[in-house]
Design a protein around this ligand. Structure first.
Ligand SMILES: [Zn+2]
Length: 194
């Protein structure tokens, strides 16, 4: 009963959710550090449910307490480091974070680089209707128009992000005291083991 009461009382992000469930607050939502999913209702039970069901492996690998705390802190610092890298990139030339976000969405969904142009047209068409009653509609439309999202841009941004992922992996592997390799064997058409 006490727990339920507590849940109803707090409808704001609780700092301890970061160490308990790997969640952070971003723009008024609770955001999962592992899968980037947003939870709009700031309820402990919802955050916990997401963590327990979607990240059961992580949950059992790092039981609640010190080991969970440490693992979540590591996750957080990794996410912060990659955000800093994104800020560095977006400060250069015409790079802007929106075009990185767009490129990431395209490749995450397994779509071709050329879909950037289509996505931009779609955003413009929708914005034209959706923001029709807003005083700053023109400004919004201009921002979308100025966002670089050509096939070439999506390609370049993707390479930059992929390189950063690889660099982070190498850095993490070098920093780890141990690591394990999982190897599998399969056979080719002539039944030779590969
Ligand atoms: Zn998640």
């Amino acid at each position: 009963m006490a727990k339920r009461k507590k849940d109803d009382e707090y409808r704001t992000f609780q700092d301890e959710w970061t160490e308990e469930f790997a969640f952070v607050e971003r723009a008024g939502s609770a955001v999962c550090l592992m899968c980037n999913d947003k939870i709009a209702s700031m309820k402990r039970s919802n955050v916990k449910r997401h963590f327990d069901t979607r990240h059961a492996t992580f949950a059992s690998k790092y039981p609640a307490g010190d080991s969970r705390k440490k693992a979540c802190q590591e996750l957080l610092s990794r996410v912060q480091a990659s955000q800093q890298q994104l800020h560095v990139w977006t400060r250069q030339g015409d790079y802007n974070s929106a075009s990185f976000a767009g490129s990431l969405a395209i490749v995450r969904n397994g779509k071709p680089f050329t879909d950037g142009e289509y996505a931009k047209t779609l955003m413009l068409d929708v914005a034209n209707e959706l923001f029709d009653d807003l005083p700053n509609k023109d400004k919004i439309i201009k921002r979308i128009q100025d966002m670089p999202l050509s096939a070439r841009t999506v390609h370049d941004r993707t390479i930059m992000m992929a390189k950063q992922v690889e660099e982070t992996q190498v850095k993490d592997i070098n920093a780890a005291p141990f690591f394990s390799l999982a190897l599998d064997e399969s056979t080719d058409v002539s039944h030779l083991a590969q």
